[in-house]
Design a protein around this ligand. Structure first.
Ligand code: FAD
Length: 302
């Protein structure tokens, strides 16, 4: 099995990387020296705690001297309850985008508890849980970036994270196509391998073309990022396009395999259930369209 066969692993790496982003990009040298080697060396597993409408998040951090106290609930946290550290965005000021600050919270902090994992349609090896912060104390030395800089940190993390999600989507699409190709080469109907039928060959051509286009799109966005150029628009486009490709291609893979594709004896149905989540996480595809439209058509009038 390679990583494309298990979206649970792919998404886990993507979320962990997202959780490391704030420290790697905005932490002090001292914070990076203390925490980053274990985080990037794979000894610690991270989780990332934002919320869907980031500018209006409600988990609050209150400062008393050198200590912050966190109160609130974060829903839908991948690795919730099993992570070694949580990158948490909390409100430290007034309403809106400017009152948010990022913190690095240890997984075993007193007052931090997780609810039972959500019962999801797929990604069952990836726990997703609600987290409760009940008077969780965090020293100021674990604040990441400046007070009020959290929203900018979150957005920059999401730009990069979207590339990871796009890559995951193309990976699961490729795994589904590979599975379907093996199947249609072996199964015979009407005296011929399924792979001979033009109706199916056209589907296969479309699936392969979408995968290739998606891969090119996220790699182009990643190259902009590597070159230090703006890439937020391209990252949103890549997340949107690649995850829609992931859903279409995995659905078509089930179709190519007929009744067998619909059974758990083959992984195609799992790929299809897993691909769905990628259209939802790290900004739904409706949100990606809003981001792209703002870049292309400018901000809305109100
Ligand atoms: C398996 C899983 C793992 C997750 N892991 C994490 C994690 O690790 N960390 C984390 O912080 N979050 C995580 N999430 C949360 C995820 O990012 C949110 O579920 C996602 O952002 C959507 O938010 P929501 O569920 O509140 O849906 P809602 O915001 O309620 O959206 C419902 C529907 O309305 C649409 N919609 C909402 N607003 C608009 C608008 N302005 N215009 C048009 N359409 C709109 C959405 O696109 C969607 O179709 C995870 C979610 C899942 C399912």
């Amino acid at each position: 099995m390679c990583i494309r066969d298990s979206l649970t692993v792919g998404l886990g790496v993507s979320v962990h990387t997202l959780a490391c982003h704030a420290l790697a990009g905005y932490g002090t040298k001292e914070q990076q020296r203390e925490h980053l080697p274990a985080m990037l060396g794979g000894r610690l597993l991270g989780a990332y705690c934002l919320c869907s409408d980031a500018a209006s998040l409600r988990t609050r951090a209150t400062r008393d001297g050198d200590t912050w106290t966190l109160e609130g609930t974060k829903a839908w946290i991948t690795h919730g309850g099993v992570a070694d550290f949580y990158t948490v965005l909390a409100r430290t000021g007034g309403e809106g985008a400017h009152g948010i600050t990022a913190f690095l919270v240890p997984g075993d902090a007193p007052g931090l508890t997780a609810a039972a994992p959500e019962r999801k349609m797929g990604m069952k090896g990836s726990p997703t849980a609600q987290l409760h912060f009940d008077g969780v104390q965090v020293p100021d030395a674990r604040r990441l970036g400046e007070e009020g800089q959290g929203f900018a940190i979150a957005l920059s993390a999401l730009d990069s994270g979207r590339l990871g999600i796009a890559a995951c989507a193309i990976g699961v699409a490729q795994a589904a196509l590979d599975e379907a190709l093996t199947f249609v080469a072996e199964r015979r109907q009407f005296g011929r391998p399924l792979a001979d039928f033009q109706g199916l060959r056209f589907m296969i051509a479309d699936m392969a073309t979408q995968i290739e286009a998606g891969r090119s799109l996220y790699l182009a966005a990643a190259r902009l990022r590597d070159a230090g150029k703006p890439f937020a628009k391209q990252a949103a486009m890549a997340k949107l396009f690649c995850t829609d490709v992931g859903m279409r291609v995995t659905t078509d893979a089930v179709q190519l395999m007929g009744g067998y594709g619909y059974t758990a004896d083959f992984p195609a149905e799992r790929y299809m259930r897993e691909a769905k989540v990628l259209q939802i996480v790290e900004g739904t595809n409706q949100i990606q369209r809003m981001v792209v439209a703002r870049h292309v058509a400018g901000p809305e009038s109100r």
